[in-house]
Design a protein around this ligand. Structure first.
Ligand code: AKB
Length: 371
């Protein structure tokens, strides 16, 4: 699969495209749309937008959130309007478009890798069907507004599928274009989302006489496991990292569901949010790819436990590997090559494993559980 731009692709916005006639009627407010806003990453992103708005003031667009469940007040107060509903619900999306002119979409809604293996067809419907809905809306909005809509897609290390542990150990740090045969439905969905985004950016309605060139400015990051001090994820396979840490901080025992030698890369949630904003702020002309790897540090579950015990010496943690979940981790790279993200848009991690604990995770987690 080749995500490099074709040489004739326009890399700047389409000032020259259709004049901004308002097909949807009444004047609408400029807005950023965040789907899956109630999740861990959604909260971090809403907070980042609130900080940016504090500097930009009125010039900052409205922030509109969608989530399947009603947003908690902590998220709700960070956005201008919140819709409760499914990204597969086209009618809800149409209602939203009646009031807002969407200039950028951050499509975070998804079922994660472990959950998706129990309900693969539902996962496909939400993860791919929802993405297709949002991409279609982006393309429609672009045609309506006369300029491309920015689209952020959080892809995942799950897009990779190394055949076995031997291949994983031999592969070293894996670049974006290798081993793209995922072993999970979630990974298949992420590859599909990346491909659909590339299609909507560069090939959408290829044969139509009224086609708009480059309607969707699609950008994606393949995230490693993510650890937040504020939330514990659910439904993912990289969850053993955050689960181990939060259990130790709460003084609870924890049985880690992967082997001590299980190794994948991770990053902290603030770094993930900074990566999203960094990629989305980059001039289009600087981007040589549609999909980028990023990571901050890679560790084995045993190394992670040692770090946890430096701060929580009484951590009652054992290993009870679940072979099926372990096989998913064994199919993901031990490390991802992120040189292109560093070169193109200046990606650089804030933390290594020790400083992530010292400077971010432990102080915040202590404040959270000891207050
Ligand atoms: C999961 O484990 O499913 C996610 C991911 C790596 O995308 N955290």
């Amino acid at each position: 699969m080749d995500f490099l731009f074709p040489s004739n692709t326009p890399r700047r916005s389409l000032e020259a495209s259709a004049a901004g006639t308002t097909l949807r009627g009444a004047r609408r407010n400029a807005a950023i749309l965040v789907t899956g806003a109630g999740g861990e990453m959604g909260h971090g992103l809403l907070e980042a937008f609130a900080r940016e708005r504090a500097t930009a003031g009125e010039a900052f667009p409205a922030v509109i959130a969608i989530d399947l469940r009603e947003l908690p007040e902590s998220h709700r107060r960070l956005c201008d309007e919140a819709f409760t509903g499914d990204v597969c619900d086209e009618k809800m999306l149409e209602r939203l478009l009646a009031s807002y002119e969407i200039g950028a979409i951050y499509h975070l809604a998804a079922l994660l890798s472990t959950r998706s293996e129990f309900v693969p067809e539902i996962a496909h419907g939400v993860n791919v069907g929802g993405t297709l809905n949002l991409l279609r809306i982006a393309a429609e909005e672009a045609a309506n507004n006369g300029r491309p809509v920015q689209f952020f897609f959080p892809s995942s290390i799950a897009a990779y599928g190394l055949p076995d542990l031997e291949a994983k150990n031999a592969a070293g740090s894996v670049g974006e274009d290798r081993f793209l045969q995922p072993h999970t439905m979630y990974g298949c969905n992420k590859i599909a989302g990346e491909n659909l985004g590339n299609y909507y950016a560069h090939h959408y309605r290829k044969l139509a006489s009224d086609r708009m060139e480059f309607p969707v400015d699609f950008r994606a990051i393949r995230f490693p496991g993510i650890i937040s001090a504020d939330t514990v994820p659910s439904g993912g396979t990289s969850d053993y990292g955050p689960e181990m840490l939060h259990a130790a901080a709460r003084g609870e025992s924890y049985a880690c569901f992967v082997r001590p030698d299980a190794r994948i890369p991770f990053m902290t949630m603030p770094e993930a949010v900074a990566a999203i904003r960094g990629l989305m702020a980059a001039p289009r002309s600087d981007l040589s790819r549609v999909v980028y790897n990023v990571q901050s540090f890679a560790f084995s579950a045993e190394e992670f436990l040692q770090e946890v015990r430096k701060h929580f010496p009484d951590a009652d943690t054992g290993f009870e590997p679940d072979l099926a979940r372990q096989s998913i981790i064994d199919s993901w790279p031990a490390s991802c090559e992120d040189a292109t993200a560093r070169a193109d848009w200046g990606w650089s991690p804030t933390y290594d494993l020790a400083s992530a604990f010292d400077d971010y995770l432990v102080p915040r987690i202590r404040a959270r559980y000891e207050s």
